[in-house]
Write a protein that binds this ligand. Structure first.
Ligand code: THG
Length: 298
């Protein structure tokens, strides 16, 4: 059981209110400010997400990397689907061996282009379980895809210890089955790729849910992932309670949710406050109650 999770802070991203505009206008101020805030909140890595960046990615990614690494020493996680932008970003990263490439998926053209860049950089790599036909349907397809990715990375000389497998977190609004299948894959990972780490984009789980409710889903979901030793997660570092869970400071809640995952429910009449929030949210995330935005009130 993992007691701590390394946080990859998600908020410097092209879709974000503060960071998006600043990136487009090449204003380093807000980006650097957020990098300092995320670092202060305890992030182990800073995700720099420029999205697909079709037009100017090869210029934007190096700009963001330099803006941030000139001011903070926190290791970087370069996040883009533009392979040229990824390569251009890594060309200027100072501490390449501790950085993360986010991500290499199981799509042949992405593997061909990015694996050599990762091997050369000596960086960590998020192996995203997304193939030519999209998302794997179940844990067996996830396992098969992870073997393909592991073999290709290994052939390039990248060791398991540099790999972070991402089974892809899907919104609870799409149902609990995909969430269960991602968890099941994580439970198999140490046999598939001994020594490898793992990650998910945690906030995906609450995508499309009313803003004030998202944090409850994210927190309980992180605890569920910790049962299967998730090593890192891409998270909203502005949620202090979530960061406390990452640091291993909420063991009583972790123990309760993990017991529930083993079929040992507490008597809900004995619960209150945060424990009750986790209890109800686990019921929704595990599909034992149908998800709706009133799940906390039931
Ligand atoms: N796996 C991997 N990388 C990923 C993801 C993943 N990178 C992108 C994404 N998924 C994880 N990052 C985010 C970043 C922001 C949000 C969700 C996931 C988010 N932001 C708020 C919103 O859109 O409403 C707030 C935006 C703002 O700052 O204003 O939800 O799955 N490997």
């Amino acid at each position: 059981m993992a007691n701590t999770v390394k946080a990859i802070a998600e908020s410097i991203n092209i879709m974000g209110n503060r960071s998006g505009g600043a990136m487009k206008e090449r204003k380093p101020g807000p980006v650097v400010e957020m990098a300092k805030e995320e670092t202060g909140a305890g992030a182990s890595y800073l995700d720099l997400n420029i999205g697909p960046a079709r037009k100017d990615g090869t210029e934007l990614m190096p700009w963001v990397v330099e803006a941030v690494q000139n001011e903070v020493d926190t290791p970087l996680c370069l996040d883009t689907t533009n392979t040229d932008a990824m390569a251009a970003g890594f060309a200027v990263v100072k501490n390449k061996d501790v950085a993360i490439m986010n991500s290499i998926s199981a799509q042949p053209e992405r593997m061909e282009k990015l694996i050599p860049v990762a091997a050369e950089a000596g960086c960590n790599v998020i192996a995203l379980l997304w193939g030519p036909d999209g998302m794997p349907r179940d844990s067996n397809e996830r396992a098969a895809m992870s073997v393909d990715l592991m073999m290709a990375l290994m052939e390039a000389g990248i060791p398991n210890e540099k790999m972070l497998f991402d089974p892809i977190a899907t919104p609870i609004t799409l149902g609990a089955d995909q969430i269960a299948s991602g968890l099941e894959f994580l439970s198999m990972l140490s046999e598939i790729a001994p020594g490898a780490g793992s990650t998910v984009g945690l906030s995906n789980v609450s995508n499309g849910v009313a803003d004030h409710l998202r944090k409850y889903l994210d927190r309980t979901y992180l605890i569920m992932l910790m049962k299967h030793d998730i090593s890192t997660a891409i998270v909203n570092s502005y949620d202090d309670e979530l960061m406390a869970i990452c640091r291993g400071e909420r063991q009583e809640h972790v123990d309760m949710v993990h017991a529930m995952m083993d079929g040992n429910d507490p008597d809900p009449s004995t619960l209150s406050g945060v424990a009750m929030e986790h209890y109800k949210t686990y019921k929704a995330l595990s599909g034992q109650t149908v998800f709706s935005e009133s799940w906390l009130e039931l």
